[in-house]
Structure formats: C-alpha cells, structure tokens
Design a protein around this ligand. Structure first.
Ligand code: 4AD
Ligand code: MG
Length: 477
C-alpha cells in the first residue's frame, strides 16, 4: 500500500492501485461523493463511495469535519471539475464530527467568527492557503540569508533593555501577586526578582544582533517580538515575528539595497512555489475588492501587485522631500488629513505614508534621513546635525513594512545622544563597548513578518495571517 497526500496524488496524474489516504471531510453529497482535504494543498480530492457496499451507519458518520481513512484506486474522473478521483473500496471513520456542533460549515463564514474559532479556521480554504504561504515565506527568508552568507542568530526573548526606547514592554517577573518586596522608598525591589533586575519581553533583537554582526559580519534574526502598545489596528499585534538583518561595514545605501533585494527575492520565491494557493487568494482578493466602493478598490489583482513589486524599483525619497510633497498635496491643502502637515519635523502618520505610496508614487517607497527627534537613539547622526540615517520601507495597503538605519558607530556621539534621550548607559554598557573595541560602520533593519504575509496573501487584517493572534484584550488559545 502506498501512503499518499492529496497533493502528491493530484500532481502524479496517474492511475494508481491501492492508494491509502487520510484526511478530513469537507463535504459529502448524494451519499456518494466526499471532497477530502488533508492540508497538503488547497485542492480537495473527490472520493467516490460504493454506497451499496457501505453500511448505513458508516454513511451517516461521513460528515463535514470527520477524519477518515480511505483505501481505493485512483482513476480518471467520470465527472466534471476534476481530472482524477479516488474510487473507494474501504473507508474507516477515524474521528467523528457531530454536524450539529461543528462550527466550520461548508459556507462562507465571517473572519470575525473564524477568529473566535482560530483552532478550527485552518480547515477553511482561505486560512489553509494563508498558512501554507506563510510557511513558504519563512523558508524563503532563511534561504535568502543563508544563500547570501548570513548567519542566523537567536537573540534573547527576555531582556533588560528597551531597544526602541518607546517603553512599550511586557514585564517578566517571578514575583507572586501582592508579594513583591519593596525598597525603602516604596518601589518594587527587582534586585530580589528572578534575574536580579527588571526584565521584559524583547521589542527587538537588534542591539544583540549588532554585537554578533561586529564579529560574524553578516547576521540575521527571525523570532518573536513583543509590544505592549495599545494599538487596535489591522496592522498591529502584541506578539509578532520580526526579521532583523545586521551587517558590518555596510552603510545606509547598502541597507536600502539589501531591504529591496530581500523583499523582491522572497516574493519571487513564493510566486514560483505557491502557485495554487496564490491563485486561490488572488480570486478571493478580486472578489473582495469588487465589494468595495470604486475609489477604494485596488487597481491591480493580488498576483499583479506581487509581480509589480518583485519587478520594479522602489522609489527612494528623503524625509525632507516627502514633507514637501505632503505639504503641497491636495488632501493637505483641503484639510483632509487628520494630522495636517505644517512644518518640517512632523512625525508621519499612516495616512501620510499611504498617500505617498498609494496616491503619489504608486509603488513601494523608501523614506530616509528622518529628523533625529522622532527616531530611536541608535541611529547615525548626519552632518547636518538634525537628521539621522534612518530608513522606512512603505508598502501599499500596509504602510510601514520595514524600519531600519545605519547605526551610530562613534562612541562620543552615541553617548551624548543616550544622555539627551535618558537612555540608561549602565544597562547598555556592553552596547557601548562595541564602539570602544573595533567599531565600524554598520547597518540593519527590521521587517515585520506578519505585514509581509499580509501583503503577500492580500489579507486585510493582520490577525488573519498569524495562527493565534495576541492583541489588546485577547490571548485566547
Ligand atoms: O520600526 P521598528 O519598531 O524597528 C525596530 O524594532 C528596529 N529595532 C529594527 C531594526 O532596525 N533591526 O519595527 C520594525 C518593523 C516595522 O517596520 C513593522 O513592519 C513591524 O516591525 N512592526 C510590527 N508588526 C506588527 N505589529 C506591531 N505591533 C509592530 N510593530 C512593528
Ligand atoms: Mg518603525
């Protein structure tokens, strides 16, 4: 007996004897035709039951969601809609699924409903396609860096430092409720805590990745990061996966080249290796767009968007140029922006980023040389003394996909900056050491993996591209 997956069988295109297949029933109609799916592909395989030789009791137990094992022969299909079908000689019910209770019916469910059933939603076409693409994308990420001489570094999840300085961290403690020891001035005494200091879940692996880049040359991280920001948007998660390359002897131009090449490469990889899933998601995307008002509709299909990004240059624009464009833009003059752009120095909101990308340039944009005041402490100060070598990659429909910078490698400049921004020098003594011993130009960036999956799959909400999303007021499953 050959044990197979639906994917292998459908690809084989052959007539095969003695096939054994295990999967879940998607639908069962006319007491005869099972649409069986085992997760290996978006496609179901049609299994034809010999109902005269199958007991009444077994037929009743073939319900949507049930796990079954079928044995039979793979033949050319007699019916329409598929080229091959399995003529079943023997069926075994491995696990029943009560049709009155099973939440995933063969009909369209809302994404809200499916989020409440995140443990079962992967059994729908949309979610299985998204999660297979997600898996291939993460492989493509590793492949890109490994093929290009980068070392994969696992940076700590528990840390004492706040890399972004935004204070949006989840505390890690082993103190019991109401039993935390306090110091003389009434504050919690973390010297008595598990790690002997205040610790939190990391917001970024960058600072540690820098240490590794200054020895291994080219490194990348790919791991979970945590942000306790109360952002209830379609682009924010409290727990998300970030990819952070860091490269010694590379300046900001090299950083922009790397980000662009990396994104194009992983998109090209999935276009090649996820054809069926992307074709399904493309169809879904097009239907979804049709339901929107004309003005909000995407001009391109999902596949067209992916190919467009993979094949065209990103536009590189300085923050100062971007501010000029925004200041003179129609929505700014007509006071359509919620946050009007008046002066140089303003932080860009997502409405401004989307205007630049979707209306003005109509392609991904890399903004660089931001005002020092609105960016993190570690970014390299420019000669003008007011801008830093920062870069953000902005994407249509997503906004910020990547945030990165050339790092401040000059000890004196860095320490002055840390003092001005009230960053604890004692906590980051080791980070300063990197500027004392063999310092060099270096750069890197962070890419939010879920935002990349969102763009690639055309899903509107970031909660639908991670298996079990963590967001404010929600950590179920
Ligand atoms: O721009 P951010 O905050 O940059 C950093 O953390 C740097 N230390 C990265 C580096 O230079 N190594 O975050 C990087 C990216 C963002 O561009 C965005 O794509 C994603 O991480 N991101 C989020 N994704 C989902 N949910 C959130 N709450 C996110 N916050 C940031
Ligand atoms: Mg950022």
């Amino acid at each position: 007996m050959i044990k197979n997956t639906v994917k292998e069988l459908l690809i084989s295109g052959q007539i095969l004897q003695e096939v054994v297949l295990k999967g879940w029933v998607r639908t069962f109609r006319s007491n005869r035709f099972i649409a069986l799916n085992d997760g290996s592909t978006i496609h179901n395989i049609q299994c034809v039951i010999d109902f005269e030789n199958t007991s009444e009791e077994t037929l009743k137990r073939i319900t949507t969601g049930a796990a079954v094992c079928v044995k039979g022969t793979l033949l050319e299909s007699q019916g329409k809609g598929q080229s091959l079908e399995l003529q079943v000689l023997e069926i075994e019910i491995l696990g029943d699924s009560n049709p009155d209770e099973y939440p995933i019916q063969p009909k369209k469910h809302s994404f809200e409903f499916l989020r409440e059933n995140a443990h079962l939603r992967i059994r729908t076409n949309t979610f299985s396609a998204v999660m297979r693409v997600r898996s291939k994308l993460s492989f493509a990420v590793h492949k890109y860096f490994q093929d290009n001489g980068f070392n994969y570094v696992n940076t700590p999840i528990v840390t004492g430092s706040d890399a972004e300085g935004a204070g949006e961290m989840f505390r890690v403690t082993s103190f019991e409720d109401n039993k935390a020891p306090v110091t003389e001035d009434g504050k919690i005494d973390y010297t008595k805590d598990f790690f002997g200091k205040e610790t939190n879940l990391t917001v970024s692996g960058q600072l540690e990745a820098e240490a590794y880049a200054m020895a291994l040359g080219k490194v990348y991280t790919f791991g979970p990061t945590f942000r306790a920001e109360n952002s209830n948007t379609t682009r924010h998660l409290a727990e998300f996966w970030m990819i952070e390359p860091e490269v010694a002897f590379m300046d900001l131009d090299g950083n922009m080249d790397l980000a662009e090449d990396f994104i194009k490469s992983v998109l090209t990889y999935v276009l090649e290796h996820c054809k069926d899933d992307l074709a399904f998601l493309d169809e879904r995307f097009v239907q979804e767009e049709k339901a929107k008002p004309q003005l909000q509709r995407s001009e391109m299909s999902l596949l067209e968007k992916l190919k467009f990004v993979a094949d065209n240059n990103f536009k590189r624009v300085s923050y100062t140029e971007a501010i000029d464009i925004l200041r003179n833009s129609k929505p700014n003059k007509k006071k359509k922006f919620q946050y009007p752009i008046n002066a140089w120095g303003a932080d860009l909101q997502s409405e401004h980023e989307r205007f630049l990308v979707e209306k003005h340039f109509k392609c991904p944009v890399i903004l660089f040389d931001y005002p020092a005041d609105i960016k993190a402490f570690y970014m390299r100060l420019n000669e003008d003394g007011k801008t830093v070598r920062a870069m953000d990659v902005l994407f249509p429909g997503i906004g910020e996909m990547v945030g990165g910078a050339q790092r401040e490698e000059r000890y004196d400049v860095l320490i002055a900056k840390m003092k001005a921004m009230h960053i604890d020098e004692k906590e980051l003594w080791w980070y300063l050491d990197l500027r004392k011993f063999g310092t060099a130009v270096h750069s890197g960036f962070g890419l939010g993996f879920e935002r990349l999956v969102q763009f690639t799959t055309g899903m509107g909400n970031i909660r639908d591209v991670i298996p079990f999303p963590r967001t404010p007021q929600n950590a179920d499953f």
